[in-house]
Design a protein around this ligand. Sequence first.
Ligand SMILES: Nc1ncnc2c1ncn2[C@@H]1O[C@H](COP(=O)(O)OP(=O)(O)OP(=O)(O)O)[C@@H](O)[C@H]1O
Length: 269
Amino acid sequence: MLELKHISITFNEHTVNEKKALNDVSLKVNDGDFITIIGSNGAGKSTLLNCISGSYEVDEGQIILNGKHMEYMKEYNRAKKIGRLFQDPLKGTAPDMSIEENLELAYRRGNSQNSLYHRFFKIGLTKQERQLMKDKVSLLGLDLEKRFSSKVGLLSGGQRQALTLMMATINTPDLLLLDEHTAALDPKTAKQVMEITDTIIKEENITTIMITHNIAQALAYGNRLIMMNEGKILYEFSNEEKANLTIEDVMKLYQQKSHNDFSDSMLLD
Ligand SMILES: Nc1ncnc2c1ncn2[C@@H]1O[C@H](COP(=O)(O)OP(=O)(O)OP(=O)(O)O)[C@@H](O)[C@H]1O
């Protein structure tokens, strides 16, 4: 379980650019929850994920993952427990390395002893491990298992994002953070990557938080939906509420609660 207790962060404190990006945010995420987050530009969505992953240090509050306090844990240590995807498909994979080498890096990351041994002797994946990786990659349905020695830089954006997803989940992380990971893809590829994402999350029962600008996507996936505004959680819909919601309902509630016009940066379908 992930617990956020009263977390706050202010950027550029005591300057004209001072910005309280998160203001006393508390949230309990149960094991197996898949939470989607929507909110206007600058609401604090990415900052929230950055604080959880350790990219940003919180000014106040606590972040507890499976009983362990994370707020003082370095980002590289959190990375063993937390998988993360960004909007940019170029992030998260090494373009000059092959699909197999990228997968091996991700696979060994959780196990430093194993990693050092393999790096020292330059032995790569064993036969069984390679087969395991190929079996996993074949589930993506993108034929990447047939291109295991191809450089990742040659893949399309969608293929690369699907591979990053595979790498982020290969050791079944305690938590998966998705920051608009399909937003830079064309609609057809975005749908395909989103469906692959949902399948992996369900099969591995991975606790997930996903930011999206797409309200339809936020309604279609996950079991909880959170609306953020000005560094706060504005409202949370449970699974039951979510099932009967329309995009218009979400927009209306957002306007009522935030007293703001609905940002046109939010996609409606
Ligand atoms: N490293 C930083 N330094 C200064 N200000 C920052 C930093 N990161 C975020 N901010 C500010 O904090 C606020 C929240 O930003 P954040 O990126 O979390 O919003 P968001 O909800 O993800 O928005 P968007 O949907 O536009 O990506 C914004 O005003 C942003 O400019």
